[in-house]
Design a protein around this ligand. Sequence first.
Ligand code: FAD
Length: 348
Amino acid sequence: MRDLRMAPGTPPLRLPPVHVSEERIIRIDVGLRPFRPSGFRVEREALGDKVLVHNYGHGGGGITLSWGTAKIAVDLGYDASKPEVAVLGCGAVGLATARLLQERGARVRIYAKDLPPNTTSNVAGAQWWPASTFDHDRTTPEFRQRHFEAARFAFRRYQSLVGDAYGVSWETNYNLANRPITTYPAAEDDPMRALVVNQRDLAVDEHNFPRPFVRQFDTMMIETPLYLRRMELDVRQHGAEIVVREFADVSQVQALPERTIFNCTGLGAGRLFGDTEIVPVRGQLAILLPQPEVNYNTIGREGYMFGRRDGIVLGGSFERGQWSLEPSPETIAGIMAGHKSIFDAMRA
Ligand SMILES: Cc1cc2nc3c(=O)[nH]c(=O)nc-3n(C[C@H](O)[C@H](O)[C@H](O)COP(=O)(O)OP(=O)(O)OC[C@H]3O[C@@H](n4cnc5c(N)ncnc54)[C@H](O)[C@@H]3O)c2cc1C
C-alpha cells in the first residue's frame, strides 16, 4: 500500500492566498465544452469517394486529450499514398491532428470558421487532466480503454512541450474537501491512476487551507493563449495553409479538393454532421490580475482556481445544454464568493 502522507520532517505548507475581489477582475470568459455523454467520437467513415475521420466531442478535456485522439484519428485515416489532407477546425484538437499528420509526411490544409484566439480551446483553464469527458453510465469498457490510451499518449507528448515556448508547465494541485477524498483525481482501481503524479494526502497541520481534507497531486498546466498561438505557428512553419471558411453542410465538405478529411470541429460537429448527442456544457470563468506568487491550483466544491502566469483563473460552472455566451452575473458572483471564502480563511 502506498504511503500517501508527507515525509516526516517536511515543513508545513504556507501557501500565499489569492486576493479575491471584484476590483481585481480583468475579464470574464464564457465557453461551451463540446460534450458527448458517451465520450469523444473518433471514427472513420466514407463520404462519397472520400475518407472522413471524425475527431471531436472531448467535453471538459479537449486540451488534455488532443494529442491522444489525434494519434488515434491519424492511425485510422491517413494514407501516405494520398498526402493531401484537409483538417476542419483550428482549436487544440485540429492543431494537434494537423501536426501529427505533418510528422507522417502529409500536406495539410486547415479550414476553420474561427482561429485562435477566438476558439473554445482558448477559453480553457487548462489543467492537464481529462475531467468531465463522458458520463460514466453511458460508456463501454472499450471506450474507457481508448480514453486511457489517448490520455497516456497525450501525457507523454505534452511533457516534450514543457517550457516557455509552448506555455506548458508542471504545477501542484490541492483538492480541498470536508470528507476523505477517494475518487479524485482517480480512484485507486482506475487505470487513470497511473497518470497521477506525486499524490499525497496532507494532514491538517501540514497545510494552511481551511479544509480538513487536502489531497495534493501534480499536473501539467497549458497556458492556452500562448500554446495555441505557438501551435498555429508550428503548423504554418511546416507548410500548412489555413483557410478561414465556415461550412454550412456536409455537401460543402464533400466538395473539398482533398480526399482525406479530418473533422475536428468540436461543438460545431453537431450541426454540420447531424450528431444529436453532442451538447454544450457551458463554463464561466472570472480571470483576476496575475499574482506571480500563486503558482498552484485548488479544486473543491466551490470550483477551481488555476494560478496561471497570465491571470488567476476562477471557474467551476458546468451548465449542460446552455448555449448562451453571455456571462451570468449570479454565476460569476457565486464563483467569486466561494473562492473568497477559501482564500480569506487561509491560515498565515
Ligand atoms: C470554461 C472551460 C474550461 C475548460 N477547462 C479545460 C481544462 O482545464 N482542460 C482541458 O483539457 N480542457 C478544458 N476545457 C475543454 C476544452 O476547451 C475543449 O474540450 C476543447 O477546446 C475542444 O477543442 P476542439 O479543438 O475540439 O474545439 P474548438 O476549440 O471549439 O475548435 C473547433 C474549431 O472548429 C471550427 N468549426 C466549428 N464548426 C465549424 C464549421 N461549421 N465550419 C468551419 N469551422 C468550424 C471552429 O471555428 C474552431 O476553429 C475547458 C472548456 C471550457 C469552456
